[in-house]
Write a protein that binds this ligand. Structure first.
Ligand code: GLN
Length: 477
């Protein structure tokens, strides 16, 4: 079967009678069977359900009652609640746990007749940049199986890249959708904070967490965003703003774009990625967009701010995993001892590192020195970023400092691993939408990503400019 770039291609084959949803599901299941043993992208495959559902959707298509996403096969990162299905956040501590309800974003996809094909591997509790922190072992990058697919939504990106599903739903707290998308040659969209309900998304750092989309095209990202976004009675933090028709995003406007000089001049940036961003800039100029250099003086502070605040929030959010309410419970007659052993055995190294760091920065003696300070710096970062958007519609930078690295190369060097998030965390610290779009491959054939950001709630223009860039690339290569 040919690979489809977007749902509209799928739907037009369906309406011309060349394709059925059942045959499409069979195809994806076959891809999973052939490749998952090596790639380790899916932790559970809902084979029978997907097959049954595909027949239902086919008959709905026949009698013209099918929803917008009929024909879309979706995988979900192991951080989303899906009623009566396992939810483990790729952690031992949640072994055996099944969700009692379905996340709002997932329910909205189902209501539009998308088919959920399985649960995908990720870094434990979405903490990591390589998918190596999973209790189920690493996911491999389909472009080069000796390399990581990125993280934390690594399984989700690998699954789309290997055509095991059309789209994946991931989460992005500091880059977890954009960085894996960049490493696997895909589109990764992190919407504005609060655009999509977090009800049913296992919390990592609540003031940063966003539901994100990994797809092959901006078109699919727009459509899935449109379906998932909008107010929700189960999450009072979701924006009440009207959701625009993202799927009609082709505005073809000319934009004022700023490229962030500090990102392109950064020592850690790979030369080929730098050239890729420069190439995009040249192309934008030649297409009558205005592109100017801008400065973002707080770049060096975004990572420390992000890691202090997310660790603090994580230490609080993860306190609920105590052996009493969820998952595994260590054997002990002493309650305190039971908590300790459950948490020591149930959590992996990186999660424990974050819980301890978070507990430390929130402790009475250090609260002001770290947590309060980081909150203040967060405000400065937000102010400086928002100021740039008074003048520019879009900001452009690399998505990642490097292309996909080898499995095992930096696993034991947390600082090096955190540096992977250098360019992506700004959008989460501020709460603005950001997207990674694929732009060619390096000399080893590894995909490179370019990141675009816009002001809050401006996903429409972000998708429009991304689409213009991708269309240009496809026409010229
Ligand atoms: N790599 C970052 C971290 O480890 C981002 C994770 C994410 O976005 N969930 O925190």
């Amino acid at each position: 079967m040919k690979t489809f770039q977007s749902l509209s291609e799928i739907q037009s084959e369906i309406s011309s009678g060349k394709l059925t949803v059942s045959s499409l599901v069979d195809y994806h299941l076959k891809q999973i069977k052939e490749k998952n043993g090596r790639l380790n992208a899916f932790l559970s495959v809902y084979e029978d359900e997907a097959i049954n559902q595909s027949k239902i959707v086919d008959s709905k298509i026949q009698n013209k009652s099918a929803g917008k996403l009929a024909g879309m096969v979706i995988g979900i990162k192991d951080v989303f609640a899906y009623k009566d299905h396992p939810l483990q956040c790729a952690s031992t501590i949640l072994e055996g746990f099944e969700s009692q309800y379905t996340a709002t974003c997932i329910q909205r996809l189902i209501d539009e007749d998308a088919i959920i094909i399985g649960r995908q591997n990720c870094d434990e509790f979405a903490m990591g940049s390589s998918n190596e922190n999973s209790a189920f072992g690493p996911t491999r990058n389909p472009m080069d199986e000796s390399r990581v697919p990125g993280g934390s939504s690594g399984g989700s990106a690998a699954a789309v890249a290997a055509d095991m599903c059309q789209v994946s739903i991931g989460s992005d707290t500091g880059g977890s959708v954009r960085q894996p998308a960049a490493f696997c040659g895909l589109v990764g969209l992190k919407p504005t904070y609060s655009r999509i309900s977090r009800y049913g998304l296992a919390a990592y750092a609540s003031s940063f967490d966003t539901v994100g989309i990994i797809s092959k095209s901006t078109e699919d990202a727009a459509l899935v965003l449109e379906v998932m976004a909008g107010k929700d009675d189960f999450d009072s933090t979701v924006s009440q703003m009207e959701v625009p028709q993202f799927s009609s995003f082709e505005l073809n406007k000319k934009y004022k774009i700023g490229f962030i000089a500090e990102t392109l001049l950064h020592d850690g940036l790979d030369e080929e990625i730098k050239s890729a961003v420069r190439e995009v800039i040249e192309h934008l100029k030649s297409n009558s967009h205005t592109v100017e250099e801008v400065h973002f003086s707080h770049l060096d502070y975004v990572l420390p701010t992000y890691y202090v605040l997310t660790a603090a929030e994580a230490s609080s959010n993860l306190s609920r995993y105590d052996g009493v309410r969820y998952g595994i419970r260590a054997k002990s007659d002493d309650l305190e001892e039971m908590y300790k052993v459950t948490r020591s055995e149930g959590f992996g190294e990186e999660v424990k590192r974050r819980i301890m760091t978070g507990t430390f920065v929130l402790s009475a003696s250090y609260y002001d020195a770290y947590y309060t300070k980081a909150q203040k710096v967060r405000r400065l970062i937000r102010d400086e970023t928002e100021k740039l958007f008074e003048e520019f519609d879009i900001l452009i930078s690399p998505t990642t400092p490097s292309t996909a690295f080898k499995i095992g190369d930096i696993k034991n060097d947390p600082i090096q691993m955190y540096l992977e998030d250098l360019f992506t965390v700004q959008a989460n610290v501020v709460g603005i939408p950001a997207i990674s779009i694929p732009w060619g491959v390096d000399n080893q054939g590894l995909p490179m990503g370019v990141q675009l950001m816009s002001k809050s709630f401006n996903e429409l223009e972000l998708l429009d400019i991304s689409n213009q860039i991708i269309t240009f690339k496809d026409q010229n290569r």
